[in-house]
Every structure is written in C-alpha cells, then in structure tokens.
Design a protein around this ligand. Sequence first.
Ligand code: ADP
Ligand code: MG
Length: 389
Amino acid sequence: MNVHEYQAKEMLARFGVPVPKGGLATTPQEAAGVARELGAPAFVVKAQVHAGGRGKAGGVKVCKSVDEVQAAAQAILGMHLISHQTGPEGKLVRKVWVEAATEIARELYVAVVLDRGAERLAVMASPDGGMDIEEVAAATPERIFSTRIDPGQPLWDFQCRQLLFGCGLDAAQVRQGTGLLQALVELATAKDATQVEINPLAVTAQGKLVALDAKINFDDSGLRRNPDVAALKDPTETDELELAATELGLNYIRLEGNVGTMVNGAGLAMATMDVIKMAGAQPANFLDVGGGASEEMITKGFEIILDDPKVEAILINIFGGILRCDVLAAGVVGAARKMDLKVPLVVRLEGTNVAEGRRILDESGLNFSVAGSMSEAAAKVAQVLEGAA
Ligand code: ADP
Ligand code: MG
C-alpha cells in the first residue's frame, strides 16, 4: 500500500527524522492559511498524489509569499498531474501540502528497500539525489552505495559511515545521517514497509540533513497488525474496480490488455494469463474468484470485468472443485442478462457438476464458445479478437 508524501513525513517525524514544518490544504484559501501560520520566509506547495516525478510535472512550486502560495494552490488543485509514474491519463490532485522552504546546499538520495532476492533489507545512498535514481543507476551505478542488513542484526554504524562518507558528507553530517538511516530501518521493520525512500535528502545551507520528499510503501500483508498504517489508505487513489472487488472479497487486479478473465484459484489465474499471452493476446485483469464464491459473487465479479471499457472478449477458466460449475454458470448467466453482454465469451469448464454447468450455459441463449483445454481457450479468444480487428 502506498501513502501520500505528507503521511510518510508524519511517520518519519515520529521516528525522529527531520522534515520541514507544513500543513495540508484542499482549497487555495486553506493553503494560504497554512502558509500564514507557518510564517516562513518561503514556502513550497506540493501536489499530494500517489506518484513521483511531481516536480517536473508542475506539481511542486516554490513560493515567496502567502499570495503566491494561494495562486500556486489554485493552479495545482484540480490539475491532472501527468508524470512518468501516472500513465497518460494523469492523476487528479485533491490535496496540497504546504511546507516551509528549505535552503538547499546539496540533494542526496537514501532509501531502505526490501531486497526480496537477498531476503533482507537493503540500505542505499547516493550523492546524486533529487533526480531520477533510475537514471543514476543506469548511467553511473558506481555513484549508488548500498549495504544489506543481516536478519536479527541492526544497521551498524560502520555500514552507515561507508554509505554516508561515500556521499561526501562531513563528520557531523555522517553522525546525523547515521541516526537517520537507523531510524528508517526501524520504521521499515516496525511498520512492515517494503520501501522507505527519501529523495531528496537535503543538506541545508546550515549543514543539516532534512527529508524534503518521502515515499513509503507498506506490505499489504502487514496491515492487519499495523492499524495505524491501514488507516492511512486513500480510497481515491485506488482503482475503483479494484476497490469494488476488494469489498466483495474478490482478488481482482486491473491490467493493460483487452481479454477479461475469470478464473478460480490464483495459480490457475496466473497460468491463464500466461496462455493468453502465449496465444498473442493480452489479459485485461487478474481475477481469482476463489473456492467459496457464491452465485452472487460470480455475477458481481463478471460485472466488474465488464465495467472495464477496455475489455473486448472474456475468457472463463474454471476447474470446479469447491466452486461448482453450475454455480459459476448461473452467476455468469445472471450477469450477462443484466449487463446485456456484447463481447464474445469463451468458456472452459471442468470438474464438479460440469454437465449441469454446460446445460445452464447452453439453455441461456448466450452467445459463447466452449473450449476443451486451456490453450484451446486462449487460442479461441485470440482468434475472435483478430476476427473483430
Ligand atoms: P517529486 O520527487 O515528486 O518531483 P519532490 O518532493 O522531490 O517531488 O520535489 C521536487 C524538488 O522540489 C526537490 O528535488 C527539491 O529540489 C524541491 N523541494 C521539495 N520540497 C522542498 C522544500 N521543502 N524546500 C525546498 N525545496 C523543495
Ligand atoms: Mg522526490
């Protein structure tokens, strides 16, 4: 789960990481009020959306006065911010964070990330903060320093010194930075974060370290034991179809392609997406309806698939075990009637009550084709799409 910059900064502050003072606003007037309260010589108005690259996209503005803050908030609120992380449709800005501007001497990059391959946390630092760290990694990888934390051990001071002297900090800054990196690791461990990234970590004109940006990603599986983190979820940042599916207890993830899929079992769903790709088509979603799905859940799940305007064909791949084929068929027929199904449907049914399931589909008057195997199903979907094109 992602959170906004302001939420990440509030959490960083709780762990002792210095961040600029600021406040949240949803209107230009509120933004001006926050600035007046801060009373700083300069301010920064920052779009709060779940995406990076806001600076280049016009979502971060430095302001010299309260009036400028109000004007900047006016411009940023309601804009569709388009950056390399948002996709072409951009993200609607509903909130801005107004904070005191920092006089920046240098911008560094620091992060704690879960290194899944190494099965431990990795800590990274680079003197080239502020810009795309991916570019630094590609062009000058020797300017990114990293170290890994042994499970059950802390991040040791000597590891921090290696990273921070590598970034060209002086002794006092290395001392401050050591505490800061250790705080990031504590946060990641305590809150089940898979990424805590500060870019930039500013060295101020006074030589102090301050986190000017913050991105934290939390492991969804840890949310149960971190209710304070779960409470930070912003539903407006979540895909509305994914949100609807979550409420139904369905495992649905929206993808880029045009073949809607409904499958029972996550493994079978992954394999189904693979065969669709192998047949030359692209899945529009992952959907695991699970074992215990009711007819109503199938109907709702099918509606969610059809609510995605990209969907031009649907493949249903069910191996009836706990989920019976007749329940699945009844659910699909119910949804297809309600939604006036216009896209071609390919069905592969096997397992418990398969004959009854086929009968329900046959007698429904729906236009669908039956496939005997997974690869046949995928080939049929690819064929109908080619035919349509
Ligand atoms: P993004 O990474 O989404 O572009 P950042 O928060 O990193 O957004 O802001 C972009 C740039 O704006 C930073 O690299 C920094 O130079 C500047 N900036 C951000 N916050 C402040 C601040 N409080 N004071 C001064 N400059 C800032
Ligand atoms: Mg940044």
